[in-house]
Design a protein around this ligand. Structure first.
Ligand SMILES: Nc1ncnc2c1ncn2[C@@H]1O[C@H](COP(=O)(O)OP(=O)(O)OP(=O)(O)O)[C@@H](O)[C@H]1O
Ligand SMILES: [Mg+2]
Length: 222
């Protein structure tokens, strides 16, 4: 176990312990003073509890980011189409009636790492079905664009879109454009980091109200 690995483990452990104490005692307090506290004060307690849970989420996500940065990333030939179809098949959230996801049949094999690509695809698909208006069924199309020796995989959604000025920032840690939806803002940072380690690139095109088109470009493997 490397020094850095040890460091992030102890940080996680040591940070989460007091946080859990805060959460636990706030819950006890809320429980025991349900009668004696007025609405406003119960509301304060509720906020303490949600904030502690959010902090906990941030710590866990930051740790998983630092793991992804350090994990071994051996490059191999990956059938990206099969990987994507497998993911859609195994997550009910990505299937009707929750969402409609179409994976193009002609996605060529790419040079990448299967675990790394799984992380990238799951984050992009998760985002594509999350950032939609309330009454819209998410519709996502994944299709390849062949560019000499490389493959650009497009993830096109019918979601809320992203203002141009916010787009460059979204691939950095903790950057979020929509306060309405849950999340910690680590997913796309992870996607970029992992893709770079597979010698690839990421990007996005989008207009508010007109959906987003995220892409990952990798080396073609056939
Ligand atoms: N498909 C999309 N449509 C519209 N906005 C998006 C889309 N994908 C990402 N975004 C915007 O980019 C921000 C960053 O995305 P990212 O995946 O890093 O964070 P998150 O989804 O909020 O949280 P996390 O993935 O860590 O749970 C999001 O908060 C959202 O504002
Ligand atoms: Mg996300």
């Amino acid at each position: 176990v490397g020094e850095l690995e040890h460091f992030s483990h102890s940080i996680t452990h040591d940070m989460r312990a007091p946080l859990r104490a805060m959460q636990g005692y706030a819950e006890i307090l809320a429980e025991e003073s349900r009668e004696s506290l007025d609405q406003t004060r119960r509301n304060y307690l509720g906020r303490i509890i949600t904030s502690a849970a959010r902090m906990d989420r941030l710590i866990i996500d930051a740790l998983s980011y630092s793991r992804a940065v350090r994990q071994e990333m051996r490059l191999e030939v990956v059938d990206a189409g099969a990987l994507l179809r497998g993911m859609v098949d195994s997550y009910p959230n990505l299937q009707p009636p929750h969402a409609r996801i179409e994976i193009a049949p002609n996605i060529p094999p790419v040079r990448g790492n299967e675990a790394g690509l799984t992380q990238c695809f799951s984050n992009l698909l998760e985002n594509a079905v999350k950032f939609v208006e309330d009454d819209v069924v998410p519709h996502v199309v994944v299709r390849p664009e062949i560019r000499d020796g490389r493959v650009r995989l497009w993830f096109e959604d019918n979601g809320i879109g992203i203002p141009t000025e916010l787009q460059p920032r979204l691939f950095s840690m903790f950057q979020r454009a929509s306060k309405k939806h849950e999340g910690t803002g680590i997913g796309l940072a992870l996607v970029r980091k992992v893709t770079e380690r597979m010698e690839g690139e990421v990007g996005v095109e989008s207009e508010p109200g007109n959906g987003s088109r995220f892409w990952i470009e990798l080396q073609r493997a056939d």
